[in-house]
Design a binder for this molecule. Sequence first.
Ligand code: SAH
Length: 345
Amino acid sequence: MEILDLPEKLKKEKDLTDSEFKYILENNDLDSRIRTLAVEEREKIYGKDVYVRGLIEFTNYCKNDCYYCGIRRSNLKAHRYRLTRGEILACCDEGYKLGYRTFVLQGGEDLSYSDDDICGIVSSIKESHPDCAVTLSIGEKSRETYLKYYSAGTDRYLLRHETADNEHYSKLHPANMSPDNRKRCLYDLKEIGFQVGAGFMVGSPYQTTENIISDLRFLKELSPDMIGIGPYLTHDETPFAGFKNGSYQLTIKLLSILRLMFPYVLLPATTALGTINVRGREEGILAGANVLMPNLSPVSVRKYYELYENKICTGDESAQCRNCLEKRVESIGYRIITDIGNVKR
Ligand code: SAH
C-alpha cells in the first residue's frame, strides 16, 4: 500500500480497503491532504453554498432508553415538554421570514402524537409554506406509519443508524432496541421515496476504528442523501456519564472522508460539533460540510432538549441565530442559500 497516495485513491475510487481506512483514521499525517481534496470536491458540486435547515425540537418525551442520550426515558431529572401544532406552526412561520425553506421536526419517540397528529402537523406546514421541504426525525416507526407520513407531504427523514456494528449497537442501547429494525427503517424510508439521512456519533463509548469502518461501509450500501455525524458528548444523567467526549479532530477528518466517498451528499456541520469547539461549525464547512441546522425551537424550551451537556444556542432568539450564522459563514468566504437546497445527485 502506497500510504502517501491514500487521499488521491480515496478521491478517485471513493473507497479504500479496511487497512487503508484504518491507517488514515488512526494517523494524522495525511489529514491536511484529505481535507484539501474534500474541499475541492465540495466546491466542484456545491461551490461556496451552505444550505440551512430550521430545526424544531418539538418534544423531549421519549419511550426509549438509549444509554448515551440525555432525554432517555430513565432520566427522571429531565424537564419534559411538548409543543402543540400551533406552536410548531408559529416556529415555521418565523423561520420562513428568516429565509428558511426546510423545517426539520425532531423529537424523542413520543407516543402522545398519533400518526394523524404528525400527518396533520406536516400537512398544515405544507399548506402554509408549499415552497418548503418538511423533514421528520422522530425515530423508528412501522413501514405503514412512514407511508402515512409520506402521503401527508413529508419530504425527508433523518434517522441516524448510530452504529452499523451489532455488538457495538448492543453496548449503546437496551436489549429491546435492535440494529436490524433501525436498518429496516432506513431501507423502508428510502424505498417509500423519502430523501433519507443516516449517520453516527464519533467517539461514542466502546467505538473502535473497525466500528467506524463498518459505518462507512454501511453508508456506502445505503447511499443516503444526507449523513449526520457529530462527536459523542457526555451527559451526567446517563449510564455513560463517566465516558469522555468524542474527538473533535476525528470528527473533522471524518467529514472530509465522507465528502470524498459521497461527493454529492448533504453533510451538516452539526450543533454537537459547534458545542465541542467554538469554531467547530466553520471548521466543519472548511473540511467539506455543506449544511447548517440552526435551532428554531421557542427559546423557552430550548435548554430542555438536552441530548448532551453545554449545548450551544439555547439562549438565543431564532433571529439572533440567523444573524450569527450568516456572520460565521461569511467570515470563511461561504454563503447561506435560502432555497429548498436539495441534494445534487
Ligand atoms: N429520536 C430521534 C432523534 C434522536 S436525537 C431518533 O431516534 O432518530 C438526534 C441524534 O442526536 C441521535 O440520532 C444521536 O446520534 C445524537 N445524540 C444523542 N445523544 C447524544 C450525545 N450524548 N452526544 C452526541 N450526540 C447525541
